[in-house]
Structure formats: C-alpha cells, structure tokens
Write a protein that binds this ligand. Structure first.
Ligand SMILES: [Zn+2]
Length: 378
C-alpha cells in the first residue's frame, strides 16, 4: 500500500490531519446537560468504520500546560478550575466569580483534563497547519470562554489559542470565521483590538449571547452577520460569496481558523437555523480552497445524529473521500444507538440513521440576508 500522507507535491496537497483524544469518551457535563451526548467520539468511531483514517492522519491531542493557558486566561481562574476539579466542589464565591459549578458550566469529574486537552489540541492543530495543511480538531470551538470566567458551556477558549499559536509563529494576518449558530463573542473580544486578526461571525440573530449585531465591529477587527430563523443553504452560499470571501480577500490572511459548529443545522434543538450539512461542508471547502493553511474546529451542536453526521462527513470531504449514498449497516447500527434527552425518538428521521449527507435545503435569499454584505463591506 502506498502511503501518500507525506506527499507535498503541488498536484497532491498534503492530506488533512485530525486531532482527537480518548478523553472525549469519558462522560462529561453530567446527565441532562445539552453536551452530555456523544459527539466527537462518535465522529472518530464512524470515520474508523468507514476507513477514513490513513496511517498518520489521526494525531493524539496533548494537554495545554498552565503556563500556556495563562497566555490568555487569568491565572486565578485557571487555578480555580483546577482546584474545583481536584476537590469536586465549588464554593459560592468561586461560582459567582468564575461561573463554574453552575447549571450552564457544571463541575464534573475530569473537567480540567478535558478542558486543557481541548486547548492543547487547538495549539497542536495550529502548529500542524503552519506546515501548510488543513487540520481538523472537532473537539475545539469553545468560542464563548472568557479570560477570567466560563461562559456558554465553555471553560477555556481553544480557538483563541489556535490564533495565538499562529501569531506567535510570526504570522501577521490571520482570519477567523465562525459558522456556529451562536455569536463567537469570546474570540471577537479577545482580538478586538488586534489588527493582525479579523473575526467574521455568521450566527442566528436574537439568540444568546445576544451580541454580534450587524454594526458591531469590535474595536475595528470584527465583522458580524446575524441571520434570521430558517437560514437556508442558498443564503449561506450567498453570504460566503458576497461577504465572507470578499472580507477575507481584502484582509489577505496568511492562515485561517474556522469554528464549524454543527448547531446551524436543521434539527438542532438549541437554535432555529435550517442548513443542510452539505452547505456547511461547502462553506468550509470554499474557504480552504482560497487559504489552505487552515485549522477547522468544531463548536456547538446538540443533536447527536446531526453532529456526528456533519463532522464525519466534513472529515470525509476534507480527505477527498466519497460520501456513501447509504451507510454500511455497522454505521447505521451505531447511529441507532445514539441517544438524546432533547430529541424525541419519533422525531429521528430514518435518513439520520442511514445516510451522511442531507438533501440540500435551497430557498430564496431573503431581503434581510441580501442586504448584509453591503453593511459589513464598507
Ligand atoms: Zn453554538
């Protein structure tokens, strides 16, 4: 068998890499939390069943050290998360100050290990991307994390670390594109005054965290595209072509970080956008075709079927695999075994169990979407 993972010729760009860890197989967040479902471990299992990892493509994620974490996070906050995990408790003052041990950002066994692994994975992904290739780290994308507190299910902010790693390597312009259904507020605010980073976020309007309005440009290096309920494939294609790509080309980035949350998909229980997974894959591919030095992160996504299908299919597409029309029975059986408190069993269409690619959800580009490029480009 010929292994072409090391092939760097122009006609054969290097194969993409996948950063993962078995730490994501451990139960986390506690029962009934929206993130207690199977997500990234399911992606790895499905991609293994489909033989979508060539030798050397799967890289094990290291953990970030406390010294690394403190390049962005407040040392007292880092110490508080470590201590809470070690003791298994959070007192009221710590909870109020750092927002850990709450319903939103619960304390659970292994929290510190898991959160530091997500950061370590994004640092590794950025280091590998610097070599000129696409690196997929679906456990990343904790874009709401703040320097001094947890927010929106995010303890640390791994996309910030992917960006910092690229900047520390000497890059002077890095583009961050956030396709999650929620505004990438933590990343925007981290780099709002840094001219080396442009953040562009496409997210559902009037949804938590309620920031990222159309005229919000941070301190100059942010652009926001808030979109209405029912956002469809044609509307995403339109915004990528007429807003995201022109903004990127004008900025001229040397590398790219994408947060590709799976929560803008039809069927996600925490948002009301209606994309097919094929539209998200296409958006990522369009960006990568222009800027191949890219870290692709995961993000939100609260329906285990749509999350696992979306990110498995994305990895397949990044690696040039053919997406099967119908899943092998082994994969279908795996899909059948997924569970969610937020989705009724009767609401699971058979296509979620037997296919990876959604049918396209084309539709009209509504006037509200059509006017957005003009408002962010000038
Ligand atoms: Zn989200």
């Amino acid at each position: 068998m010929v292994c072409n993972a090391e092939n760097n010729s122009k006609n054969n760009p290097p194969k993409p890499l996948f950063v993962g860890s078995d730490v994501y197989r451990q139960a986390a967040f506690g029962a009934h939390h929206p993130l207690s479902i199977i997500r990234v471990s399911g992606v790895v299992d499905v991609c293994r069943m489909l033989n979508w990892f060539e030798p050397g493509q799967y890289r094990d994620s290291p953990r970030a050290s406390e010294a690394e974490l403190c390049k962005f996070h407040d040392p007292e906050y880092v110490a508080a998360v470590r201590a809470a995990d070690a003791s298994g408790r959070v007192d009221r003052a710590v909870r109020d100050r750092f927002r850990i041990g709450t319903m939103e950002n619960p304390l659970f066994p292994g929290l510190f290990r898991r959160a530091t692994t997500a950061v370590g994975g994004s640092i590794l992904a950025a280091e590998l991307a610097l070599q000129g290739q696409v690196v997929f780290h679906p456990s990343g994308g904790t874009h709401h994390g703040r320097a001094d507190r947890a927010s929106g299910f995010c303890y640390f902010n791994d996309p910030v670390f992917a960006l910092l790693t690229l900047l520390e390597a000497g890059l002077e312009r890095v583009l961050y594109v956030d396709l999650d259904a929620h505004h990438g507020d933590g990343v925007q605010d981290a780099f709002s005054e840094d001219e080396r980073v442009l953040t562009v976020s496409v997210h559902e309007e009037k949804r938590w965290p309620y920031s990222g309005l159309i005229d919000d440009r941070g301190a100059g290096s942010a652009r926001n595209l808030p979109v209405p309920r029912g956002f469809n494939d044609s509307e995403l294609d339109f915004l990528v072509e007429h807003a995201v790509m022109p903004l990127g080309r004008a900025f001229g980035p040397e590398a790219l970080v994408i947060t590709c949350g799976a929560d803008p998909l039809e069927g996600d229980p925490l948002s009301r956008l209606s994309l097919s997974n094929v539209a998200l894959w296409r958006a990522v591919e369009t960006l990568i075709a222009q800027w191949p030095r890219t870290v692709v992160l995961g993000g939100g996504g609260y329906n285990p079927w749509t999350v696992v299908r979306c990110w498995s299919g994305l990895w397949g597409r990044l690696g040039g695999q053919r997406i099967p029309q119908r899943l092998p029975s082994e994969v279908s059986a795996f899909m059948q075994g997924l569970e969610s408190d937020l989705i009724d069993e009767d609401e699971v269409p058979s296509a979620w169990l037997t296919t990876l690619a959604d049918p396209p959800n084309r539709g009209p580009v509504r006037p509200q979407v059509e006017r957005l490029p003009g408002l962010v480009l000038h």
